[in-house]
Design a protein around this ligand. Structure first.
Ligand SMILES: Cc1cc2nc3c(=O)[nH]c(=O)nc-3n(C[C@H](O)[C@H](O)[C@H](O)COP(=O)(O)O)c2cc1C
Length: 183
């Protein structure tokens, strides 16, 4: 396959960026592009069990970034000019029924895929990103007026990266995939 510009090139280029240029804002058209890619993400029974809170006001983004830091984690988050904060919403009847009957919690999977769309779309716009699962959920709820009973699952930080491209560390193919039987 021609790899000059294809999906795999995009996948290879995306990485978790942990240094952002706090002085460079994200252009609205790039943000719209990312949000369109997010809106088109697949989900079980097309339930789309999420709300995305776009944090692009500088002061608020800094506060949210600070709330993502702790125990040495995510110190960089305060420099990201945009946070896409993903709140879990209820699924639809079929996805809830499917989750129960098959004993699988689809919203977590759905939101993981959503985050992946966001990160890849950001890369496609020349932006860096990092998916964060570590943050002070209660502080996020307070700052963003999220009802207390909701779950805030992920925060995808986006901005212009100051990181170099890194070599990806991944398990060997044979330890993650097998043909025709479990190995
Ligand atoms: C659900 C999820 C939660 C994550 N949470 C954090 C986080 O809180 N802080 C962080 O620096 N990276 C976080 N990451 C990024 C992973 O550490 C990263 O994807 C992994 O090490 C692979 O590196 P790469 O993204 O550069 O390919 C998270 C990734 C995922 C998918």
């Amino acid at each position: 396959m021609d790899e000059s510009f294809n999906f795999l090139s995009l996948v290879k280029a995306r990485q978790s960026d942990r240094r952002f240029d706090a002085t460079r804002l994200v252009e609205p058209e790039k943000l719209n592009y990312i949000l369109e890619a997010a809106q088109l993400a697949p989900s079980a029974c097309n339930a789309q069990p999420w709300k995305i809170i776009v944090v692009d006001q500088t002061d608020l983004a800094v506060e949210i970034g600070k709330a993502a830091a702790g125990l040495g984690m995510n110190k960089f988050a305060k420099d990201a000019p945009v946070h896409l904060v993903i709140v879990e919403e209820s699924g639809n009847l079929t996805s809830i029924l499917g989750s129960k009957l098959k004993n699988k919690y689809y919203p977590l999977m759905d939101i993981g895929i959503l985050a992946s769309h966001i990160a890849l779309a950001a890369e496609d716009c020349g932006l860096g990103s990092c998916i964060l699962g570590w943050f002070d959920e209660e502080r996020f709820k307070h700052l963003l007026e999220i009802p207390s009973k909701k779950r805030v699952l992920l925060d995808v930080v986006i901005g212009y990266s100051l990181n170099q491209k890194k070599i990806k560390k991944r398990k060997a193919f044979k330890s993650i995939a097998s043909f025709n039987k479990y190995k």
